[in-house]
Design a protein around this ligand. Structure first.
Ligand SMILES: C[S@@+](CC[C@H](N)C(=O)[O-])C[C@H]1O[C@@H](n2cnc3c(N)ncnc32)[C@H](O)[C@@H]1O
Length: 293
């Protein structure tokens, strides 16, 4: 990590470094999972990504920050748009950043850099960016107010913010379908609610309050629903789901009967979603834009 933890936030032996759990996960097993399935994730999100890029509306000379950039698909896309500018991708995961750097080299991009760090704490130079954006990388902060304030500080006055985050579990066909199938076999932890996680910004009132509190104005929070291609067929998707860290952990101690029950329930739940283009499940998101005051 390029960013040292702030010693004032570390209490001896109690593990209270900000985002320590997320850093362990993303710089560990979750990162490995996303590296393995990076093409699948890019394909899954291919109908959502253009909406984000349109909303970010990056122009040729702008300085862009991609928060939680992962393997860098969006980072490279905005770097191509900001061909005379500079793009910085920041992420907790060293393995995903290696993929992102390879992608940028492969695309011959010289105006893009990647740094391993925590966007909640990272000492971005003040007002150093025109645009901050994220594709599902801003829901994992244990202190969202500190994180969004830090992102606001990195933007010039009038700079733009654009990001995608998930609406709640019940509105998301993908997690409702996969989650209820798994729940037929194993006990799942609660998916929404407080604390960092994919659904932490599901409530648009909380998003608006967060933006108001952290120096953003003119917020727009628009629903955006698109089909997402999870894989070729049922078996392909089951293999993928079973490689998600949480699912691997849940099934690691399970007996054969439970494992078979989980696979059978997923097979039944996924089969109706087979299309000529593979298994499609709906993704319900918020497309959020705002300006730095
Ligand atoms: C759901 S993935 C999305 C990755 C990428 N934006 C994409 O769409 O392919 C979330 C990403 O956010 C990163 N992340 C989570 N918390 C972060 C933090 N506090 N600072 C920087 N990156 C973070 C993770 O490491 C992970 O790569």
């Amino acid at each position: 990590m390029s960013q040292q933890p702030d010693p004032t936030t570390v209490s001896a032996g109690s593990g209270t470094v900000p985002n320590a759990e997320q850093a362990d996960a993303w710089d560990g097993d979750d990162g490995r999972h996303w590296v393995t399935h990076r093409q699948r994730y890019d394909t899954m999100l291919r109908r959502l990504t253009p909406h984000l890029l349109d909303a970010a509306a990056v122009t040729a000379a702008e300085r862009v920050l991609d928060i939680g950039c992962g393997s860098g698909e969006t980072t490279c896309a905005v770097a191509r748009a900001a061909r005379h500018g500079l793009t910085l991708g920041v992420d907790l995961s060293g393995a995903l950043l290696d993929e992102a750097r390879d992608r940028a080299i492969h695309e011959g991009l010289h105006n893009v850099a990647f740094e391993q760090g925590d966007a909640q704490l990272h000492p971005f130079p003040a007002e150093s960016h025109d645009v901050a954006m994220s594709r599902f990388g801003v829901m994992f902060f244990d202190d969202p107010t500190a994180a969004f304030a830090n992102i606001a500080r990195a933007l010039r006055p009038g700079g733009r913010l654009a990001f995608l985050c998930w609406q709640d579990v019940g509105r998301n066909e993908w997690i409702a379908t996969i989650g209820s199938a798994l729940a037929a076999a194993v006990e799942l932890p609660a998916m929404g609610g407080d604390g960092p996680g994919p659904f932490s910004l599901a409530d648009p009132r909380s998003i608006r309050e967060l933006l108001d509190d952290t120096g953003f104005v003119d917020a727009s929070i628009a629903p955006l629903v698109e089909p997402m291609r999870f894989g070729e067929d049922v078996d392909d998707v089951i293999g993928f789901v079973r490689d998600i860290s949480l699912v691997r952990t849940l099934l690691s101690d399970a007996d054969e009967e439970t494992t078979t029950k989980a696979s059978d329930a997923m097979r039944t739940a996924l089969a109706p979603h087979q299309s000529a283009d593979g298994i499609l499940l709906g993704g319900a998101t918020w497309l959020v834009t705002a300006n730095r005051r």
